[in-house]
Design a protein around this ligand. Structure first.
Ligand code: SF4
Length: 250
């Protein structure tokens, strides 16, 4: 992994993503290296030629820049993160996400976190002090073997399910993001997510990027509109029967 410490001009950026006012990405690049990651377009903007998942720029001044920006920013919902995972492995060493959260907490800006890592549990003490916060875990399949193919360096699905349970026990508002829908068994996945209150579902986008990978593993039928529509509806109906709030975002 090539790690570079960089100085960012801004930490908080206005976003057009529905439901959020700002996004905050303490890192460029992501050690989870998901093969389908749409954020790999960031390579173009940052001059990286290395494959996605093999480099991370750490915005070491993000907390101080954020603090300066918050003095003037209109309060709004901050999405952490949108083009990196805030709890990727390097967060253990650098703690940039935690430092930014400490500052957001001081100003009580509402926060929405999305991650694939149970490392988020480290920051429960901060989550509990926010007036408004939601913490989401991406659960893309029930099958660890499938996860290994598509998300080679991300934590096991089982640890994410456990993290959701722990957060709920600590009264932190949570959601599961089933996106992108990887090859999965809806019955199995819904059972694994027993107790969840809110679920978002999305299909695989940017299909051209992953066509070869699906083909290599003989998974072509899992990359069709028919598959995404039928699995999406199946999941939605199963969750709704259990009283879970579901948003389909495709
Ligand atoms: S965890 Fe998120 S940002 Fe990181 S590689 Fe996977 S999809 Fe991309």
């Amino acid at each position: 992994m090539k790690v570079r410490e960089v100085f960012a001009k801004t930490a908080l950026t206005r976003t057009a993503i529905s439901g959020f006012d700002y996004c905050l990405n303490p890192y460029v690049g992501c050690g989870h290296g998901c093969r389908y990651c749409y954020a790999n377009f960031m390579r173009r903007f940052t001059g990286h030629r290395e494959p996605w998942g093999t480099f991370v720029d750490v915005k070491v001044n993000a907390p101080s820049v954020l603090e300066r920006q918050l003095l003037r920013a209109k309060p709004g919902v901050v999405a952490i993160s949108t083009v990196t995972d805030p709890y990727q492995p390097l967060e253990r060493r650098y703690g940039m996400t935690r430092k930014c959260l400490e500052i957001l907490l001081r100003y009580q800006f509402p926060v929405n976190i999305l991650t694939r890592s149970s490392l988020c549990l480290r920051d429960i003490d901060l989550f509990k002090r926010f007036e408004q916060i939601e913490v989401g875990l991406s659960i893309t399949t029930h099958d660890e073997r499938v996860k290994k193919v598509f998300e080679p360096y991300s934590p096991p699905i089982s640890s994410r399910i456990k993290a959701l349970e722990t957060l709920r026990q600590e009264n932190v508002k949570t959601y599961a993001f089933i996106g992108p829908i990887l090859p999965l068994d809806p019955e199995h996945l819904v059972k694994m997510l027993e107790g969840i209150g809110e679920v978002l579902i999305d299909r695989m986008n940017y299909q051209n990027r992953v066509k070869g990978l699906y083909h290599q593993y003989g998974l072509d039928t899992f990359l069709t509109d028919g598959y995404f529509n039928s699995i999406g509806i199946d999941l939605k109906e199963r969750f709704e029967r259990k009283g879970v709030s579901v948003s389909m975002i495709f």
